[in-house]
Design a protein around this ligand. Structure first.
Ligand SMILES: C[S@@+](CC[C@H](N)C(=O)[O-])C[C@H]1O[C@@H](n2cnc3c(N)ncnc32)[C@H](O)[C@@H]1O
Length: 224
């Protein structure tokens, strides 16, 4: 599967710079400061976890995950080889990470392998008809006791100048699938694929939201 309208072969080279700027614009915090606040809220590591970071891009988030899951092992997967090369460079001093080029709509990991899956600004990247396929794959590779952490954009409920500005900037960059994902009831959508919400919090004045889910064994994922 090819990545969407964004050309990540080019973006990979400027990714840290662009995202660094967008983090400040979106909430006044640096990327590092935001990731620290976010992971501290949502990650309670026990030790020895197998962690999967889907759509890991240049590995900045994967590196952060590694510092939270100190005794765990983190695997980052991204469709774009240039991103994976940057991820390997960016984490060369971190021992508990590994990366591979791969498509999160069809992953080659065994069933029930991971304790934790991180999906950080990933689901809005996936073409609408494949989001359920990705969630089904995540459920397949998660253990029954596993957790899924999702952080993604959503349409803000308030209408202020800066939120509207951010929304239109994003609409210029992203495609229709991203817009659709931002508009759906993300909790209900993900729960319908066999997960149960544990904890949720809004960030960036309602422009983003994070959700921690556990696997719900009573619901089987459907692709319809
Ligand atoms: C916005 S970035 C993700 C940000 C990253 N998770 C972080 O923490 O900084 C989106 C990434 O998704 C990747 N991507 C898009 N479709 C994918 C797919 N089907 N499988 C794996 N990666 C994909 C792109 O190559 C890009 O690097």
């Amino acid at each position: 599967m090819r990545s969407r309208n964004i050309n990540y072969d080019i973006v990979a080279h400027l990714y840290s710079f662009i995202t660094g700027f967008l983090y400040i614009l979106g909430g006044g915090l640096t990327e590092k400061a935001f990731r620290r606040i976010f992971f501290t809220e949502f990650i309670k590591a026990k030790g020895n976890e197998e962690v999967l970071d889907i759509c890991c891009a240049n590995g900045k988030g994967t590196q952060f995950l590694a510092s939270y899951f100190k005794q765990g092992r983190i695997t980052g997967v991204d469709l774009n080889p240039a991103m994976i090369s940057f991820a390997i460079k960016n984490t060369k001093k971190t021992s508990n990470v590994n990366f591979r080029v791969g498509d999160c709509t069809k992953m080659d990991f065994p069933d029930k392998y991971f304790d934790f899956v991180n999906s950080f600004l990933a689901l809005h990247e996936i073409p609408t008809q494949l989001v359920k396929v990705v969630l089904k794959e995540i459920k397949r590779v998660l253990k029954d006791t596993g957790r899924l952490l999702v952080f993604d954009f959503k349409v803000p409920e308030k209408s202020t100048f800066d939120l509207n500005f951010m929304y239109y900037v994003l609409r210029l960059i992203e495609d229709e699938s991203a817009a659709r994902f931002m508009m759906i009831d993300q909790i209900k959508y993900i729960e319908n694929q066999g997960f149960k919400l544990v904890h949720s919090k809004e960030y960036h004045n309602g422009f983003t939201r994070a959700y921690l889910f556990k696997v719900d064994k009573s619901v089987s994922s459907s692709l319809v």
